[in-house]
Design a protein around this ligand. Sequence first.
Ligand SMILES: [Mn+2]
Length: 423
Amino acid sequence: MFRFIHAADLHLDSPLLGLERYAGAPVEAMRSATRRALENLVQLALDRRVDFLVIAGDLYDGDWKDYHTGLFFSQQMGRLAAAEIPVVMIAGNHDAASRMTRSLRLPEHVELLPPGRAATAQNPRLRSLGVAVHGRSFAEAAETQNMVPEYPAAVPGVYNIGLLHSSLVGTEGHDPYAPCSLDDLRSKNYDYWALGHIHLRAIMSQDPWVVYSGNTQGRHVRECGAKGCYLVTVNDLGVATLEFEPLDVIRWEVCRLAVDELESLEELYTAFAQQLRHWRKQHPGFPLALRVVLSGVCSFQETLLADEERVTQELRAVANDVAPGELWLEKVQIRSTAPAADVSPRLGEGPVAAIHEYVQQLPNRSEELALLLTELADLKRKLPHEVLESLGDFLRADSPEVTDWLAGAEATILRQMGARQAE
Ligand SMILES: [Mn+2]
C-alpha cells in the first residue's frame, strides 16, 4: 500500500483579485493566502505520512518578483526532505520555462520533469514503491499541441501516474492548452492521470482515474468554495481511494440575497445579518470573501440606488458586526429590479423607455442576445488573462453573468435618470 497527494495550480504569491481594502477586512490573511495553502499542503503530507507528492503545474503564478517566492517554496520543501517525501512536478502555462527569468536549484528530492519531451521521474524511492510518474513541463506559456501521444508507455507491473497540465476536450471556457481527450488518456493504460490547469476540482473518470485536483486556494470570486488537493491511497491490489482535503485559508462565496419580500433598507440589513450567520455555520472558523448580489423585485429600488455607496458600507458594517475580521465583502452588486408598475411611468415614452424595454426583452429573444454577445467576443480577445479569469463566461447566453448583467442594466438606466433629475 502507498499514499500520495495530487495537487495543482498553487499559483504561489498570486495577487488575489478584486479586493478593496477597508477597516475590518482580513487583508493580511488574503495577502499570504497562497503561501499558507502550501504550508497546509506540506503539513498534510507530513501528518498523513504520504509516500510522495505530485504537483500538476502552475506552482507559480508567473515570473517571481524577487527570490522570496522561490525561497519560500524551498523552505517548505525542506520540511518534506526531512521526512524523506519525494516531490514530482511539471510546469504549467503560468510557470512555463519561457516566463520564468529567475530560478533556484531544486533540492534533490524535488524533481521538475523537463519541457520538450515527456519523461519519467528518476527518484529511486518511487521505483521501490512500485510507482512510475510520467510528465512533461510547458516550455511556452501557450502549448497548444496534444502532448499525450508522446508520453512514455506504461511501465508493466507498476502503478503508472501521468502528470499533465491540460484542458480536456469538453472543458470550455479555459485556454485550450495541451488539449486532449479522455480517450487519448485511456489509450496510455496508466492508472492515474493527475491533471492541472482547470481550477475547479473534478473527477473526469474512475477507470483509469482522470482527476483535476483544482487549485489550492481560491483567488477571486470565480473560484468559490473549499479548495485543496486529493489524498490518494492505493492498496496492494492497485485500487485507489480518493479523499478531498481542503487546504485553503480564506474562502470565496457568492451570497445571493433575494429582496422580493423585503420592504426597507432596515429589513435588508437584518436579512443580510441572518444570511451571514448561515454562511458562518457552513464554513466555521474560516475567513470568507463574499460577493453580495441583491436580486429579485425590490419595492424600495429607488432608495437602494440613490446611495449605493452607503448601502455597500452598511452591509460591510453588518459583516464586521457578525464576525469581526473574518468576513470580507468584496463587492455588492445590485441586480434587483424595480416593480414594473414603478418603472414605466417614470420612463415615459422616449428613447430611454425603448432601451429599457429592449433590455428587459433580451432574455426572451435568444437570437438578438446571441448577436450582442458576438460583438462582445471582440472585446474578450483584447482583455488580459487576469481580467478574463475574474469575469467568468460572459459570452454564453445562459450563463449567470449574462442574466446578472441584464438585471443590472435596468439599475443603470434608473440610476442615470435619477442623476439627471437631481441636477
Ligand atoms: Mn492554473
